[in-house]
Design a protein around this ligand. Structure first.
Ligand code: URA
Length: 204
């Protein structure tokens, strides 16, 4: 990429960050401590999208830094990945819903433009939806994580896969093994992406 293009991307990224910092599109702006823009490699190949910041994330202004985040880091490490390399992590909702309530439809709608712009700027090779709310937004209302997780689909030229939310894995051991397999699928996808057989992953 030529230098002027790089600068343009950075400028837009910072502009979007500032916009989210002062966002008042929904009532969550009144109770948040810090909006959580997201964090990671701005040219990431993998974009993880969770639901919404929790208490620790709200305090620190960073995504997935509480118990769920620690588990996410361990699962990434298990397949040789690391959140600081080639990965960007964000959420559907940028501000914490009080008492960790599920974000309501209007909040999701109000925030969706920010994720859309992040996807355009980052231009990831694959988006991983962590849990039901992210999958609902990016893969549609019919998507069921328990049934459809681990399946890579193409949406508007980007590959998208749903996975279990780490918080669900912390609540029960039931899906841990399947969740680990999904990370192996991701790892395989990346290998194939680097190799000649990218087309194969569309049907897997
Ligand atoms: N759960 C999420 O969905 N996102 C976070 O950032 C933290 C916990």
């Amino acid at each position: 990429m030529i230098r002027s293009e790089v600068e343009k991307v950075k400028e837009n990224f910072e502009g979007l960050r500032d916009e989210i910092k002062s966002c008042q599109k929904c009532e969550l702006c009144r109770t948040r401590k810090n909006p959580v823009f997201g964090e990671g490699d701005e040219n990431a190949r993998i974009l993880f999208v969770g639901e919404a910041p929790g208490r620790v994330e709200d305090e620190k202004g960073m995504p997935f830094v509480g118990h769920s985040g620690k588990l996410l880091d361990r699962m990434l490490a298990a397949v040789g990945l690391n959140r600081n390399e080639g990965i960007f992590i964000t959420n559907i909702i940028k501000c914490r819903p009080p008492n960790n309530m599920d974000p309501v439809e209007e909040q999701q709608k109000a925030c969706s433009v920010y994720l859309k712009r992040q996807i355009e700027l980052i231009d990831p090779k694959i988006i991983i939806c962590l849990g039901r709310i992210a999958a609902y937004n990016l893969l549609g209302p019919e998507y069921r994580v328990t049934k459809d997780h681990g399946r890579i689909q193409e949406r508007d030229g980007v590959y998208v896969m749903g996975m279990f939310h780490p918080a669900a894995l912390l609540r029960s051991n039931q899906y841990k093994e399947e969740a680990f397999k999904d990370f192996l699928i991701l790892k395989e996808f990346l290998k194939r992406f680097d190799g000649p057989n990218l087309e194969d992953s569309k049907s897997s």
